[in-house]
Design a binder for this molecule. Structure first.
Ligand SMILES: [Zn+2]
Length: 376
């Protein structure tokens, strides 16, 4: 979660603004006010908000394209540098990544086209558009050029821009994913250096963009390597089979003394034979500290806990934990709770792979054990 406030929902997706987003309209208002007065300041703020409206629609384009491939979107967050749509997972097919990446800029093409058509229909000429740019001209003229700018900027073939993903997905149709990412990351690094050089010639914003692109490219390449190393290793291969559960009707105070005796930090909560939630050690300790030890685990537990399947890829389960803010994920098989996977376990395993750096023949081998302790 990037934080921020929800300002509404579009197509069922939460749209949020990060607090730092407010800096930009405030800055624009202040600088325009001091230069040209209150009315100009109001106009400038409305224009900035209109651009961010276009950015939200751009992100919605990504989100709806992803939805067509069965990939949900956690939320869309507006930052001063633009928008971010957090997809639940990355698409597996290059063609899916290509279409999802193109869907965002396509929205801005449609907006720019609609403005152009509207002006042409009302004036029988697009001259007013050609006479304006992002900074001067009519409101619609400026908005037109802002959208053109969004398309061009986003299609630069560098991560984390959409163009970088387009380039990678085109390469990935012919090459292994990790190799495609390395090549796309290499191009992004070259572009970052170019941005940096132009930046040094007098545009400090470009230096910022250069750093942004450079680090995004690095992290994409690392991610792709990790993905290559971990592909084929399933949640069931890594999960703990030996773990403890707790009954929903147990008192929190009954659970607390057990915590120091185990390294497990999240406990699936059982009601009868069903798993109904999960409780974390820190929640138990917080409840004890605030004198709520008599309350039932079932009242204090977290309820919205998804389960992983044995054959889900480990990285997919890891992403679920991160997206949902969970320390561990229960693993189910045929309706039975068969294991528990923790973020920490996955991290340790990734470190292990990293330190061995040979491609993964390292499918973890554990002894099969099915003991389970249930507190009453
Ligand atoms: Zn985009």
């Amino acid at each position: 979660m990037l934080g921020g406030w929800e300002i509404g929902r579009l197509a069922g997706i939460s749209v949020r603004i990060h607090w730092s987003f407010l800096v930009l309209p405030a800055l624009v208002a202040w600088s325009t006010w001091s230069a040209s007065g209150a009315e100009a300041a109001l106009g400038a703020v409305v224009f900035v908000l209109a651009i961010f409206g276009c950015v939200v629609l751009h992100e919605l384009g990504h989100a709806l394209a992803a939805r067509r491939f069965g990939i949900g979107t956690e939320d869309i967050t507006l930052l001063p540098i633009g928008g971010v749509a957090r997809l639940e997972r990355m698409p597996r097919q290059p063609v899916q990544e290509l279409l999802i990446a193109l869907a965002g800029p396509a929205v801005n093409v449609v907006i720019a086209g609609a403005i152009m058509t509207g002006i042409w229909l009302s004036l029988s000429s697009v001259a007013p558009l050609l006479d304006s740019d992002v900074l001067s001209g009519s409101f619609l003229g400026r908005l037109f050029w802002a959208n053109v700018g969004l398309v061009i900027f986003n299609l630069l073939p560098a991560f984390p821009m959409d163009g970088g993903r387009v380039f990678r997905s085109l390469l990935a149709m012919r090459l292994p994913y990790a190799r495609a990412t390395e090549l796309a990351g290499g191009l992004a690094t070259v572009m970052a250096v170019l941005f940096g050089l132009f930046g040094l010639l007098g545009n400090p914003m470009l230096i910022l963009v250069a750093a942004f692109v450079y680090f995004a490219a690095r992290s994409e390449v690392t991610m792709a390597r990790v993905q290559q190393q971990t592909s084929g290793v399933n949640t069931g291969d890594l999960m703990q089979r030996h773990f403890q559960t707790v009954q929903a009707r147990a008192r929190v105070a009954d659970l607390a003394p057990w915590l120091p005796r185990t390294s497990q930090r999240d406990f699936p909560v059982i009601d009868g034979r069903r798993m109904v939630g999960m409780i974390r050690d820190t929640d138990v300790l917080a409840a004890m500290a605030s004198g709520q030890g008599e309350r039932l685990v079932g009242e204090m537990m977290r309820r919205d806990v998804p389960t992983a399947m044995r054959d889900d890829e480990v990285l997919e389960s890891f992403a679920t934990m991160q997206n949902k803010g969970l320390g561990s994920l229960p693993v189910a098989d045929a309706g039975m709770l068969v294991g528990l996977l923790s973020q920490e376990q996955v991290r340790r395993w990734l470190e292990f792979l990293h330190s061995h750096s040979t491609p993964s023949t390292t499918r973890p081998q554990f002894q099969e054990r099915n003991e389970r302790w249930i507190w009453n």
